[in-house]
Structure formats: structure tokens, C-alpha cells
Unconditional design. Sequence first.
Lengths: 155, 261
Amino acid sequence: MATPIIETPRSGRVAPGYSRSSTSRGNFEMIAWLFMRLSGAILVVLIFVHLYVNLVAGDGISGIDFGFVAGKWADPVWQIWDLTLLWLSMLHGTNGIRVIINDYAEKNSTRMILKGVLYTATVVIVVLGTLVIFTFDPCPVIDGVAHVADYCPAP
Amino acid sequence: MSTETVQKEPASKIEISPDVAGGEIPTFDITLKVRRYNPEVSDEAHWDEWQLTMYGTDRVLDALHKVKWEHDGSVSFRRSCAHGVCGSDAMRINGRNRLACKTLLKDLDTSKPILVEPIKGLPVEKDLIVDMEPFFQSYREIMPFLVSKGHEPTKERLQSAEERDRYDDTTKCILCAACTSSCPVFWTDGQYFGPAAIVNAHRFIFDSRDDAGDMRLEILNDKEGVWRCRTTFNCSEACPRGIQVTKAISEVKQAILTRRV
């Protein structure tokens, strides 16, 4: 009679799902971690100056209209300021959400889908925002009709 | 035979008046709820409950022993030394990872049932016993042994007291898995190396006698390495040896950064 072979308990067997499939060397995660810290520190300055200039200085919150925004973006300093703010905050936020997806999604397929949505949204917002900063027109002419506000020059 | 040489110890001369209850330990009643799982009977886990009268000096492990020895012999859990050194009996007691042998019942809220579960994030085998293999696999991957270059010295490898102090905290690890199984990042998919592996890597990375620090930093610079740490401090709170686990992980992060940037 053949003796049944009983495997040694826990002979180096790791439960499926626990073994790391691929070792990903490379510094992406380190750079992402460092980026979060550095961009976070810069964003604190960018955001609070942005809030002060828009909401407190001058006429305060009642002074905000298309004209105010156009006036700001006529100055290259504010163009660069807002561009940096847009890019850093979007990348900072996207990376934060990416990390949360990695932490909470349990399946790789779920991760892929959620990150796909996330990256698409990021690209759309960053491209659109960048475009607006450089091409903003407070007095647009749509279908031959000038949408004139009181700060626009007479057509 | 030399039995006649054995002298009987003289009776104690100390008089104790009958109204003094010498050495009496207060007793109290507890309700112990244990998360039971037996894959041979059911795929579902359930809670079993026992009412026990325990002493003020008893620990959760004593309560488990009482259940196993006097009520239900099928209750399964690991324990070896029962004195907080071997790291066998890490379990989730009232929602926190602790060693059953170091948790006194009187320190818990005995007015409510005491909940005992297996540690989270590792596959449960039976009752409170989990499969520790994924945990030890991560531990093995960080090479938890001295690696030195060059010839073996003819005398001991010298180290100053300051150099020894550098990694003193992380030498205390007993591999009980309380930290790794308290980490929410590890709970998700078990891919993260986990605090215990990083603590044990730290112990060798900052050892002046070891020459493989760079290799270990490279291993932990992985997608599932130190960068998955979210500094939630669950590990530091769970560690029964009081190791500053999150601090150790941060030091390894710093070491990887200063080596590369």
C-alpha cells in the first residue's frame, strides 16, 4: 500500500495573493513621495497669497468679476503664479487620490479603472486651465453679439 | 539513598491573625467572546461566549487557558513562553493588537464582553491561529542577517556604544506581527512589506558592522516598500515592545532619500 505523502506544514508556501508578483525597482514612488512634501510646502504659500489677493486686498470679495481676473492675467507674474498653482495643486491632488486608490482598491482591475478616470480628469482640467490662463477674454464676441459688461471697451 | 539527610523546612514563625486575609486576590466575573473559525466545519466565522470568574492577576491568556482547559478544548490559539518574549500570542483584543500574555484583564473594561479575534490581514487557519508565512516571507526578503565584506576578522567586530545605540530600539522586535497586522495598508492586499520587515531592515541598515545597507535600502525602495507607509502610527501603538516603529520607517525613508538625492 502506497503511503500517502503529507507535505511538511508551511514548507515555504506563501498563501496566494500575498506573494509580491513583480518587484518594481525604480524611483517613481520615492519621487512621488518627495513631490508631495515639496509641492505641499509651496502650495501653502501659493494658496494663501492667492486667497488674500482675491478675497481680502482692495475691494475684497465684492471686487471679483471677469474684469478683475482679466486684469490679473494681464500681468505675467500672476499668469505664472496661477499656472504654478494650477499644476502643483492638480498633480498634488491627483497623486493623493492615486495613493488612496492604491490603498483602498483591493483588485488590480478596480485600481486600473479608477486611476484611468482620475488621470483623464486630471489631463482635461490641467489642459483646460492652462488654456484659460493664457487666452482669457473678458469681453467675448459670440455669434457677432458682444457680451458687454460695463468694464468692456465700447465696440 | 540519602533521604534521611533531607530536612523538613521549619514551619513559618509569622503569626497571621485570622481576620487578615493574607494574599487574597480580588476576583471578578468577565465575559470572554472569541472569534471562532473552523474551515472543516463551516466557512463562516462566529463568536463564542463564556462567563468566567478570573483573578486580578490574570491576563487574557489565562482566560483563554481557562476556556481551553475547563470549557471547550477545541479553542485554538498559539502561545509558547507566555511571558511576552516569544511573540506567539499576538491577537486583536477589544479591537487592538496586543499580546494576550501581556494584557491584564483588570486593565480592560470588564463590564463589557472582552472581544478576542485573530490578527487582521493574514489568512486565518483556525480560531485565533493565522498563517504567518506571508509575514515571514517579507521578513526574509530584507535579509535579516549580518552581511559583511572582506575577510572575517580574527577578533570580535568592534562597535562603539554610540554606534550600538543607533539601532538599539529596533533590536527589540520579537516578530509577533502585531504591527504589520495593525497596518491599514497591509489589510488591503497584503502586498506591503509591513512595519515588522522594515524595523528588522532598520536594525541592520544602521548597524555599523553591516555592509549590505544599500542592498536593503534598494529592496525597500520598492512600490510595496517604505513609500506605502502613511504614518498612521497604528504600528507604534500596537508594538508590545514599545518600538517606535513609525520613527524607524521614517529613518529608512530618509536613508533612501539621502543616498539617492
